[in-house]
Design a protein around this ligand. Structure first.
Ligand SMILES: [Zn+2]
Ligand SMILES: [Zn+2]
Length: 147
């Protein structure tokens, strides 16, 4: 079979999305899977480092990045207990590595523009989370201390 864009060049792979045969030049690998150039634009290269930074700054954000939405919510609400936060960081990095190596389906992960928005806003979200936790803790202390 020959490339659908270059009819005289043999195909080396098949696009994961549109299933068209693609040649060496047309093949773009995202998370080790082959895509044609047009379909590759809809995917982003996953990174364990991004997952680590997300996980460190906001509990559950690494899971959101990996598309583990239920886990993201659970870790977000329990992260202030610290142990779930630490677990979340390790989990985020391991899962992100699996996605980057193509060992895990990346179908459910958020679209590229959302991930970009998260990258831009991550420090803001981090401050927001910390002030939120601080507010809850100081309210609890005030409540306990009140006669
Ligand atoms: Zn394609
Ligand atoms: Zn081609």
């Amino acid at each position: 079979m020959n490339c659908f864009l270059h009819p005289h060049t043999p195909a080396i792979a098949q696009c994961v999305d549109c299933h068209q045969p693609i040649c060496e030049v047309c093949t773009v690998r995202v998370n080790t899977r082959p895509y044609c150039e047009a379909c590759a634009a809809n995917h982003h290269q996953h990174s364990a480092l991004t997952a680590l930074i997300f996980g460190l700054l906001v509990p559950g954000l690494g899971q959101l990045y990996n598309g583990d939405y239920l886990k993201a919510v659970m870790i977000f609400f329990t992260g202030w207990l610290l142990l779930p936060w630490v677990y979340g960081i390790v989990d985020a990095v391991l899962v992100a590595q699996e996605i980057a190596e193509g060992r895990r389906d990346a179908q459910g992960i958020p679209p590229g523009y959302l991930i970009l928005a998260l990258k831009v806003g991550v420090v803001f979200f981090s401050c927001l989370y910390i002030s939120l936790v601080w507010m809850v803790i100081s309210a609890a202390i005030a409540w306990v201390a009140s006669p």
